[in-house]
Write a protein that binds this ligand. Structure first.
Ligand SMILES: Nc1nc2c(c(=O)[nH]1)N[C@H]1C(S)=C(S)[C@@H](COP(=O)(O)OP(=O)(O)OC[C@H]3O[C@@H](n4cnc5c(=O)[nH]c(N)nc54)[C@H](O)[C@@H]3O)O[C@H]1N2
Ligand SMILES: Nc1nc2c(c(=O)[nH]1)N[C@H]1C(S)=C(S)[C@@H](COP(=O)(O)OP(=O)(O)OC[C@H]3O[C@@H](n4cnc5c(=O)[nH]c(N)nc54)[C@H](O)[C@@H]3O)O[C@H]1N2
Ligand code: SF4
Ligand SMILES: [Mo]
Length: 731
């Protein structure tokens, strides 16, 4: 392990001045200072105290999740020892504690047996966008070098893959915000397409408010009147899954009325003629039929946004997408349409203007840059590109020909588990797909069909609970590393306290595994260091010259006192050119597509899903924090009173929601803020209230993003079954 100032000050029982780090949860990565209470003078709880610390994106604020993050460190349900099944191979038998050597030997033996019998791809790796850059890099490398499997992907596929695919195709690079977040202040109009930062990134609302205070207009496009929509100046409320038609309608009006930036379009883009032809077919009345947004609103929104474009003498317009518009089987084309609109109005590369995607997980950006995605190598390189393979193989000290090719995307990988041609062993770290994957009932069945499921986690997540081997890992305040924020800023995570004795860092776990797998293969014996700094230095070399190039980002610069991190690439991109072959951005003539599984007489309503403020993702962490559970104790179904009355459903009644893929039950929350034809469920809970029991497996053809945000359902009032309890519901 490397020793840093923070390490040295983290002596148990000694109170350091404070360790500068960042929140473990979302992509805003709000700054925090941790102080460790001196236990010799009593037992303050929690032992680690959190204080907000100024950072560019978080502005010295924290949300409820950040404030309470340290409560999990000493939680009684923290995993503190490796666990094996009492009867090996029998997942109905109970977990028994084991030593680390024994557990890692079992995993290595399982891997070897599967690969000997079924080939290299019989072992798969599934990671997460909450892992540090170093962990993401090492996990991707383990897959390619030690396991030599093509079967590796991660939950970022469920998150920003549509925005990533679109940005790469249109702009030549994929960085959530290609401009600093502070650029927002001063913009004339900010359009949030399917984003609810009031609940998902509360401190970000300070930036939104600053736009309004400087005289700018904020527009929210969301089927629900969320707290964000309520704070906006304009709320547009389309049907779930119809954003692309809405954007094509805006393009129609802009191009029809000659509001585009003709010089920018001519000088900096390609493809305007095809786009013009496509947009011509989306006149506002047609768009009204497809989206439910009145034709007049389509016209006025187009004129509002265009009036703030630089070509109209405006101060700038910013279009941001998030999961509401992206998590669809049409997600990539929807984002392409948003980028089309930004380009036609001449926004990207201009001050207070442009297109961006609000990333999600703590390291949602970095997670996809270092080779954890099925088709990518470090530096955001394509695994199919011979030059990229040669460069990375050189850094790894292996033969380029030994590197596998592209593998399956996240859902396809989970769906293939246990099938004759699919993975037999799955190593999973940083995700809880039993709760968070689409068609989760089916995904659980596939996991059950594996020969060996190995889960590394902090707590007994719903996925860990069905594993053969569970490995306990350290938490954010117990380790060093780097994370990359929504604006591409690489920031330092610092160790403040020692982990419980039985826990190991993910890097130590990977090093232990690689050690056991190394015999008889050609990768160097010291290829998997457990020290984050060494991994970071290697990651910089592996990324050098790639699309996401970290070679200029120094570990010490990121860690310098008072540093707010270092951007990879330039903070504001596209000023003079786009990183495409000819320097121009590419316009895409996209076409509206109906839902893959649309509503019909049997399933007449649309379910959309998302988040609440006090729970995070699959809830594995936040459902264990008492103050958060008090704020958000269980799953629910948001229903408009009109729709509820038609079904005889009252507020608080248990509702049964049925889709073509499963059933879920949760109490009704009656509210006029949701469309009358749409219901909403948060996805943070397992058990009966699991939203993903319902979601369809339809995937975007390009990004392989699942259709999380539009699912045909029917509703009924469920008679509460007497004595029905659901241990997972509040676990
Ligand atoms: N509290 C909390 N914060 C989080 C997280 C969390 O789990 N909890 N997770 C983090 C992560 S990983 C992510 S990815 C981000 C996500 O952040 P957001 O994208 O803001 O979150 P969501 O709630 O998934 O979706 C946003 C909105 O999309 C709307 N929506 C649904 N369908 C559609 C549609 O078809 N079109 C449009 N325009 N809108 C639609 C929903 O009503 C919802 O209000 O949040 C991050 N922050
Ligand atoms: N219906 C529906 N489903 C969705 C979404 C939606 O909007 N609607 N959103 C999707 C999105 S955007 C996302 S990002 C996914 C997220 O869904 P998941 O991938 O399930 O995300 P988390 O709950 O963050 O899972 C992280 C797991 O890793 C553990 N963990 C945390 N830190 C570490 C670490 O450092 N090392 C290890 N080994 N483990 C760690 C946590 O305890 C937790 O069990 O859900 C997707 N699913
Ligand atoms: S907004 Fe995100 S990073 Fe900031 S405190 Fe909340 S969860 Fe943490
Ligand atoms: Mo996400």
């Amino acid at each position: 392990m490397t020793t840093t100032a923070a390490d040295r000050s983290a002596v148990p029982g000694q109170a350091p001045a404070g360790v500068a780090t960042h929140c473990p949860y979302c992509a805003l990565q709000c700054g925090m200072t941790l102080t460790v209470a001196d236990r010799t003078t009593g037992l303050p709880s929690p032992r680690v105290q959190v204080q907000p610390r100024a950072s560019a994106a978080g502005l010295g604020r924290l949300c409820q999740k950040g404030w309470s993050a340290a409560e999990l460190l000493e939680h009684p349900e923290r995993l503190r020892t490796p666990l094996l099944r009492e009867v090996p191979g029998d997942r109905t038998s109970r977990f028994v504690p084991s030593g680390w050597d024994e557990a890692l030997d079992v995993v290595a033996a399982g891997i070897r047996a599967a690969q000997v019998a079924h080939g290299r791809d019989a072992v798969a790796v599934f990671g997460g966008g909450g892992l540090t850059n170093e962990k993401a890099y090492a996990l991707g490398k383990l897959a390619r070098v030690a396991l030599r499997t093509s079967q590796v992907d991660y939950n970022g596929r469920f998150c920003m893959s549509s925005a990533a695919a679109a940005a790469n195709a249109a702009l030549g690079v994929d960085r959530g915000l290609p401009f600093p977040v502070r650029d927002l202040v001063g913009t004339g109009v900010l359009v949030l397409l399917g984003s609810n930062p009031a609940e998902t990134m509360p401190p970000f609302m300070a930036h939104v408010q600053a736009v309004q205070e400087a005289g700018g207009t904020v527009v929210v496009v969301d089927p629900r009147r969320t707290p964000t929509a309520a704070a906006a100046d304009v709320h547009v409320q389309p049907l779930p899954g119809s954003d692309m038609a809405l954007l094509l309608g805006l393009l129609h009006v802009v191009l029809r009325d000659g509001l585009e930036d003709a010089a920018y379009v001519a000088g900096r883009t390609r493809g305007i003629e095809e786009l013009r032809a496509a947009a011509r077919r989306y006149w506002p009345e047609r768009v009204e039929r497809l989206t439910g947004v009145p034709a007049g609103e389509v016209g006025s929104l187009a004129r509002l946004v265009a009036s703030h474009a630089p070509v109209a003498g405006g101060r700038g317009a910013v279009l941001l997408t998030a999961r509401g518009s992206e998590q669809h089987a049409t997600g990539t084309d929807t984002v392409l349409a948003a980028i089309d609109l930004a380009l036609v109005l001449g926004l990207p590369g201009r001050p207070h203007a442009g297109y961006g995607c609000l990333t999600g997980q703590g390291n949602g950006q970095g997670g996809r840059e270092h080779g954890l995605k099925a088709d990518q190598l470090p530096g955001y390189r394509s695994i199919s590109d011979p030059a990229a393979r040669a460069h990375v193989a050189g850094v790894w000290g292996v033969d380029p020909a030994s590197l596998p090719g592209p593998g399956r995307s996240a859902y396809e990988l989970l769906d293939a588990c246990g099938r004759p041609d699919g993975p037999r062993v799955l190593l999973l770290a940083g995700s809880n797909p039993v709760v968070s994957a689409p068609r989760a009932g089916h995904v659980s069945d596939r996991l059950a069909a594996l020969d060996l499921l190995v889960v590394t986690d902090l707590v007994m997540s719903e996925t860990a609970a069905v594993a053969d081997v569970v490995l306990p890992t350290t938490m954010w305040a117990e380790e060093d590393g780097t994370m990359t924020t929504l604006e591409g800023r690489v920031v330092r995570r610092r160790k403040a306290v020692d982990a419980p004795v039985g826990c190991r860092t993910d890097l130590q776990v990977l090093a232990g595994l690689a050690d056991r797998l190394g015999a008889g293969t050609d990768f160097p014996a010291d290829a998997f260091p457990a020290a984050p700094r060494l991994v970071f230095e290697e990651l910089r070399r592996a990324s050098a010259g790639g699309r996401a190039d970290y070679s200029h980002v120094g570990w010490d610069a990121v860690a310098a006192d008072g540093s707010d991190g270092v951007h990879w690439g330039s903070p504001r991109m596209f000023v003079d050119r786009f990183p495409t072959a000819d320097g121009r951005a590419v316009l895409h003539a996209v076409e509206h597509r109906a839902l893959v599984e649309d509503v019909d007489a049997e399933f007449p309503w649309l379910l959309t899903t998302g988040r609440v403020l006090a729970q995070y993702q699959s809830g594995a962490q936040t459902r264990r924090v008492p103050s958060l559970v008090r704020s958000a104790p269980s799953s629910f179904v948001e229903v408009h009173p009109v729709l509820a009355a038609a079904h005889g459903i009252g507020d608080g009644d248990l509702v049964r929601v049925t889709s073509r893929h499963g059933v879920a039950e949760a109490p009704a929350r009656l509210t006029p803020t949701v469309r009358t034809d749409t219901v909403f469920m948060p996805f943070h809970w397992g058990g009966a209230g699991r939203a993903n029991s319902l979601t369809p497996p339809a995937l975007d053809p390009t990004s392989r993003m699942p259709e999380f945000k539009a699912c045909a359902v029917r509703l009924e009032r469920a008679a509460p079954v007497r004595g029905m309890t659901d241990p997972e519901e509040t676990a």
